[in-house]
Design a protein around this ligand. Structure first.
Ligand code: PLP
Length: 401
C-alpha cells in the first residue's frame, strides 16, 4: 500500500505550459519571450565579465573557504548591499537603524520578510499591485498573510491607473502592508513617475501603511543603479519604516546563485537590534544559513571600485540593449501601419513589455508565428534581438488586423 499514491497532481503553472509548448515546437525560428532572464543579441544567456573576474579571484584565494556562513550571511555582503539600495550617505545606515540579512535571492528575501511580518505584525493584510509578479500571492499567502490587490494597470491607456491606486491605498486598513515594486514593474513595465511616487509615499505614510519594496531589477530600468533606487530612497529619507527585498539575479546575472538580501529600515537602533534577533529565528528553522558562493561574488564586486565600475558598464549595456529593442520593435510596428497606439512599448521600462495582446492573439502568434509569451500578453524584451524584431512585428500586425 502506498501513502503517497493519494497525492493529487498540482495544477499546471501557466508559465510552464508556455515554456513546454515552445520546447515541443519543432520550428527552427521559434522564439520564447516568456522567460524573465536576460539574453544577448545572439539569444544566449550572459555571464558578466566582471563576475568571471570575481570568480577567478575567489578561486585563487587560498583563504577562501567553503565553511558555513552565519545565519544572517556574509557581513560585508550585507553592508554593501544596504549601501547599494539606500545610497552612500544614507542617514538610516549612519544611525544604525538598518538591518540587512543575506537571503536566497529576491524570492527568499520576500519570504523571510513575509514570515517575519506574519509573526510580529498584528495587521496581516498585504496589498499587492493588480497585476503583479505571479509568485507574490503564493509567497505571502504561504507565510500566513492575507493578500489583497490595489489597482495598478489601466488596460485602456496601457499605463498606470494612478487614481485607482491612490484610492485603494487610501482605503487600506491602518498598518496594512503594501508591496511596491521599486522599478521595472513585472509584468507591466509601468513605473510611477517621481512625482507620483511622492504622492504614493504621502498616502502610505498618512495611512500608517508599511511598505515592502520588491527591488528585483535595480539598474535594469534606466541602466543606472542610483536612478532606479530613487523610489526606495524617497521612502527611507522620510525617516519611516520599510522592508526591501533585493535580488542580484538580474542586475548581476546571478540567477542560479540565489543571492539577495532582506533589508529592514527601522526607526531606531534599539528597534533594529530586536528585529534582527527575530529575523535570525525565522531563518534558522528554514535553511540554517545561506549559501556562500554568490555572496562572495557580489561582495568582491561591490567592495572593489574598479570592479564596481566595470559592473555598472555591463549593467548599462544590458539595460540599453533592452531599450534599443523597444525602439526597434516600436518602429517596426509603425512601419507596418499596424492599427492602434503602440507607444506603450517605448514608455514601459525594464525586462518586460505588457503588449495589450489578449489570450486569443497570443495563441494565434504561437501557432502561426512560433512566438511564445505568457497569456497576459507579456513579452520579455530581453528575449528579442534585431534579427527577430521583424518576425515579432509581423506577428503582432497579423494578430491585431
Ligand atoms: N520580484 C519580481 C518582481 C520578479 O520579477 C522576480 C523574478 O522574476 C523576483 C522578485 C525574484 O527573483 P529571484 O528570486 O530570482 O531574485
Amino acid at each position: 500500500s502506498s501513502i503517497l499514491s493519494n497525492v493529487l497532481p498540482a495544477p499546471e503553472d501557466p508559465v510552464l505550459s508556455v515554456i513546454f509548448a515552445c520546447r515541443d515546437d519543432p520550428c527552427p525560428v521559434k522564439l520564447n519571450l516568456s522567460v524573465g532572464a536576460y539574453q544577448t543579441e545572439e539569444g544566449k544567456p550572459l555571464v558578466l565579465e566582471v563576475v568571471r573576474k570575481a570568480e577567478q579571484q575567489l578561486a585563487n584565494d587560498l583563504y577562501c573557504d567553503k565553511g558555513y556562513l552565519p545565519i544572517d550571511g556574509l557581513a560585508d555582503f550585507n553592508k554593501f548591499s544596504a549601501k547599494l539600495i539606500l545610497g552612500d550617505d544614507s542617514h538610516a545606515v549612519k544611525e544604525n537603524r538598518v538591518v540587512t540579512i543575506q537571503c536566497l535571492s529576491g524570492t527568499g528575501s520576500l519570504r523571510v520578510g513575509a514570515e517575519f511580518l506574519a509573526k510580529h505584525h498584528q495587521q496581516r493584510v498585504i496589498f499587492v499591485p493588480n497585476p503583479t509578479w505571479g509568485n507574490h500571492p503564493f509567497i505571502f499567502t504561504l507565510a500566513g498573510l492575507s493578500v489583497e490587490y490595489f489597482r495598478y494597470y489601466d488596460p485602456h491607456t496601457r499605463g498606470l491607473d494612478f487614481e485607482g491606486m491612490l484610492e485603494d491605498l487610501g482605503a487600506a486598513p491602518s498598518g496594512a502592508l503594501v508591496v511596491l515594486q521599486a522599478c521595472a514593474h513585472n509584468p507591466t513595465g509601468i513605473d510611477p513617475t517621481l512625482e507620483q511616487w511622492e504622492q504614493i509615499r504621502q498616502i502610505v505614510r498618512s495611512k500608517g501603511l508599511l511598505p515592502f519594496f520588491d527591488n528585483a531589477y535595480q539598474g535594469f530600468a534606466s541602466g543606472n543603479l542610483d536612478s532606479d533606487a530613487q523610489s526606495v530612497r524617497m521612502f527611507v529619507s522620510d525617516g519611516g519604516e520599510c522592508l526591501i527585498a533585493q535580488s542580484f539575479a538580474k542586475n548581476m546575472g546571478l540567477y542560479g546563485e540565489r543571492i539577495g538580501a532582506l533589508t529592514i529600515v527601522c526607526t531606531s537602533e534599539d528597534v533594529a537590534r530586536k528585529v534582527k534577533s527575530q529575523l535570525l529565528l525565522v531563518v534558522r528553522p528554514m535553511y540554517l544559513t545561506p549559501p556562500i558562493h554568490g555572496a562572495s561574488i557580489v561582495t568582491t564586486i561591490l567592495k572593489n571600485s574598479d570592479m564596481y565600475k566595470d559592473w555598472t558598464i555591463e549593467l548599462k549595456g544590458m539595460a540599453d540593449r533592452i531599450i534599443s529593442m523597444r525602439q526597434q520593435l516600436h518602429e517596426a510596428i509603425q512601419a507596418r501601419g499596424t492599427p492602434g497606439d503602440w507607444s506603450h512599448i517605448i514608455k514601459q521600462r525594464g525586462m518586460f513589455s505588457f503588449t495589450g495582446l489578449n489570450e486569443k492573439q497570443v495563441r494565434m502568434m504561437a501557432k502561426e508565428y512560433h512566438i511564445y509569451m505568457t497569456y497576459d500578453g507579456r513579452i520579455s524584451m530581453a528575449g528579442v534581438s534585431s534579427k527577430t524584431v521583424p518576425q515579432l512585428a509581423d506577428a503582432i500586425h497579423a494578430a491585431v488586423t
